[in-house]
Design a protein around this ligand. Structure first.
Ligand SMILES: [Zn+2]
Length: 123
């Protein structure tokens, strides 16, 4: 016989099961994300504006580049022709900017994009 009490118990079991399921899914997601982290060595390149005509210059700075005009960065993987657009938190980007080492640096992150262009989300 179906009662309100058995319904409540069934509801509770479903709720508990869904919590367990979401915990497992989250753990699997985190494990998958860790697996997706790729570590690469290469050059951290500044792409600097040169003039009002829109010309830009790509340079491997010899030190802190945070004093230059606002600019973007790309990463070229050593020994390959792979160039990645870099995405990171403002804090991580600043850490990379002020680093004295720009050549042969090791970055870890997730790679996204396509053969038309790759993005490295630096961890
Ligand atoms: Zn720079």
């Amino acid at each position: 016989m179906f009662t309100l009490r058995s319904f409540a118990v069934a509801l509770l079991i479903c709720f508990a099961a869904s919590i367990t399921f979401s915990a497992i899914t989250k753990a699997e997601d985190e494990a998958q994300m860790k697996k997706d982290i790729k570590t690469m060595t290469g050059d951290f390149i500044c792409v600097l504006p040169m003039d009002k005509d829109g010309n830009v210059k790509a340079v491997i700075a010899s030190g802190d580049c945070s004093g230059y005009a606002p600019h973007v960065h790309v990463f070229r993987e050593a020994g390959t022709a792979n160039v990645f657009s870099i995405e990171a938190t403002p804090e991580k980007l600043h850490e990379l900017e002020i680093s004295p080492n720009k050549k042969g640096v090791t970055l870890a992150g997730r790679v996204a994009g396509s053969t038309r262009g790759w993005i490295l989300y630096v961890e």
